[in-house]
Design a protein around this ligand. Structure first.
Ligand code: HEM
Length: 140
């Protein structure tokens, strides 16, 4: 086992943890539990930040993996991958603004951007896990 073979599993795990926090945080705020919402969303941010750290290390340690699937699954894989990477870049500043508004107590503005940030973040998280499963388990 080396960094290149271990890290994808660690990053996928952190991604799943972040997804769990996101869903939990959403359930909390819908139920009016603001403090639990804050804690869960900060958990999601920490898990995602760790994910990003390991992800960067991974790409220094390993070559880019070539997807081995053939046929119709190829365009599906690349559509998921490209949309995942593009939206991952988009959500980083959105998460920052969402957090900033919450920390400044601007709860009039926070939900306005959060209603975009949350579904996009969920999409990035879920597609990250699907891409991982396709690349390392289903078509390895
Ligand atoms: C980036 C992380 C976060 C995301 C994605 C997020 C997401 C959301 C969403 C989607 C809503 C609206 C829920 C609805 O439809 O009713 C909301 C509301 C709220 N969030 Fe967050 N949140 C985040 C971080 C935080 C933090 C750190 C705090 C506390 C410091 C916080 C406090 C609140 C409060 C108090 C509301 C209710 C506002 C109101 O309607 O009065 N959120 N959040």
């Amino acid at each position: 086992m080396n960094a290149a073979t271990t890290l994808p599993h660690i990053t996928a795990f952190l991604n799943a943890v972040s997804l769990g926090f996101l869903v939990t945080g959403f359930v909390h705020i819908r139920a009016g539990r603001k403090d639990s919402h804050r804690k869960a969303m900060l958990g999601a941010v920490v898990a995602s930040a760790l994910f990003l750290g390991f992800y960067v290390v991974y790409h220094f340690a390993a070559p880019i993996f070539v997807f081995r699937g053939t046929g119709l699954v190829r365009p599906l894989y690349y559509t998921l991958l490209i949309s995942h990477v593009a939206l991952a870049a988009v959500i980083v500043p959105m998460i920052a603004v969402t957090l900033l508004r919450a920390f400044r107590g601007r709860f009039d503005l926070h939900p306005k951007i959060a209603r975009w940030t949350l579904p996009l973040w969920l999409y990035v998280s879920v597609t990250g896990i699907v891409v991982y499963l396709m690349l390392y388990h289903l078509y390895s």
